[in-house]
Design a protein around this ligand. Structure first.
Ligand code: FES
Ligand code: FE
Length: 458
């Protein structure tokens, strides 16, 4: 019998996953993150069960389903869902599993239909989820099946903010606006520069990435530190300049529930004319803007240090930058993107380009092309990022690195001479810092990930 000096565990029923999460919590107190949370089968399964079924998840933008009967097929975690606009104008988020044997009743990405008929035995559902037909009903079942009881399962909660449709598979979530908190305030800054708002420029482009979805979400939470290195080639071809100073002019916004954004002080760095993401330097944009609904801090943020990227926990991210095109005049593009988990170390990137409803066709097309040029599947930034992210999941799955107990370094804030303290003058929600250094935003995302994984979403 082996005798050890280990004290008896106070949690005799702790699972290996619980033990790992406790270790992650302890390491994060030292600004370290165990590599094993990435590309890990147990973690991935727990993420699907503990995060994606318990929290608000973005599923569509209302401009994708403007008319009665419109639908798109989406994902919440690994589950396919159908997002519909029913005949009464309501938005429904329903599971795409037939109640008879589970076959997907909707087999296309998008369309317009009042009904969904299961290809297996033909059960038919209305676009609000109710069961409306069962073939050979009298012979097979005698009396009709209850339309509601045997309808498609529906998301427990559905709500929208500025046209962004979110769904939750659990009743136990706060109201959407409360959940978004400061991120909703920032979403207003991003999408309400004009009262007519924004729309998707088309369906999302989708591509597989050999990466952990958290790596991408964390990067878009506000990793500006990688720009001068990973995206150096963009500077070499003179598409952009001044990447070395990106952390210096970085401005971070940390909100509750793990939502984070990082902006840049463009007017300070480039010039007073470069207001509103650079819209101010172009014709045809800011003269249309109406910021009268913004509070003073929102006006200041939009004008001088607007959010460049951000992540709304868990897997919706945003990017807006000035985009000089090789041919023709520059524009400012807006993308929202989702990191759809597929398997450990693998996600599908869904990328929507957005345009303003006030824009004419030519201007909207220019911004769309700018967005694809930078952050489409073959975009000059995208190609750099996705390759680097593959390295994270590869290191995380390495038998050697697992043996070494590899931990990633998040200690940028420890000895830096840069003032990274929360801005005492800040009048907006959350925490604001006047620097891009410190990896605070990444930690804001990861802390929420840990809280949710441990079942503490308070
Ligand atoms: Fe859908 Fe049988 S599985 S009708
Ligand atoms: Fe990048």
């Amino acid at each position: 019998m082996t005798v050890t000096n280990q004290p008896p565990s106070t949690e005799p029923f702790a699972t290996p996953l619980d033990v790992l999460l406790d270790r992650v919590e302890k390491d994060m107190q030292d600004d370290l993150v165990p590599a094993e949370i990435f590309n890990n089968e147990d973690i991935f399964r727990a993420e699907m069960e503990r995060i994606f079924t318990t929290t608000w998840v973005f599923v569509a933008h209302e401009s994708e389903i403007p008319n009665p009967g419109d639908f798109v097929q989406r994902k919440i975690g690994l589950d396919p869902v159908i997002v519909t606009r029913d005949g009464k104008g309501g938005i429904n988020v329903m599971s795409n599993y037939c109640r008879h044997r589970g076959t997907q009743v909707c087999q296309t990405d998008a369309g317009n239909s009042r009904f969904f008929t299961c290809p297996y035995h033909g059960w038919t559902y209305a676009n609000d989820g109710k069961l409306v037909g069962t073939p050979l009903m009298h012979r097979a079942y005698g009396t009709p099946l209850d339309r509601d009881e045997w309808g498609l399962k529906k998301a427990a909660k559905v709500d929208t903010r500025n046209g962004f449709v979110f769904a939750a598979l659990s009743d136990d979530v706060p109201p959407l606006d409360e959940w978004l908190g400061g991120a909703g305030w920032m979403l207003d800054v991003i999408t309400k520069l004009h009262p007519a708002g924004m729309r998707v420029a088309g369906p999302p482009e989708r591509y597989m990435v050999n990466g952990d979805w958290k790596t991408a979400a964390e990067n878009f939470a506000g990793d500006v530190y990688h720009l001068p290195t990973l995206h150096a080639s963009i500077q070499e071809i003179e598409m952009i300049e001044g990447l070395q100073g990106t952390c210096e002019i970085g401005r971070t916004y940390e909100f509750e529930n793990g939502h984070t954004f990082i902006g840049h002080a463009w007017t300070e760095a480039i010039g007073p004319f470069f207001t509103h993401w650079g819209y101010g330097a172009l014709e045809g944009y800011s003269e249309h803007f109406d910021l009268s609904g913004f509070d003073d801090t929102q006006k200041f943020v939009a004008e001088h240090q607007p959010p460049t990227v951000g992540t709304i926990f868990p897997n919706l991210s945003f990017i807006r930058i000035f985009s000089p095109l090789p041919d023709g005049p520059p524009g400012v593009f807006t993308s929202f993107r989702q990191w759809q988990p597929v398997a450990p170390g693998k996600f599908e990137l869904w990328n929507w380009q957005f345009v303003w409803n006030f824009q004419d066709e030519e201007s909207a097309q220019r911004d769309y092309v700018g967005g694809q040029y930078c952050f489409g599947s073959a975009g000059v930034y995208e190609q750099d990022d996705t390759v680097a992210w593959e390295g994270v999941q590869r290191a995380a799955a390495s038998p050697w690195m697992r043996k070494e107990g590899m931990k990633f370094n998040y200690q940028q804030g420890n000895n830096s001479p840069v003032d990274q303290a929360p801005d005492p003058e800040w009048t907006g929600p959350g925490i604001h810092r006047n620097t891009g250094y410190g990896e605070h935003v990444q930690f804001n995302f990861l802390r929420q990930w840990l809280r949710t994984m441990k079942g503490d979403r308070a």
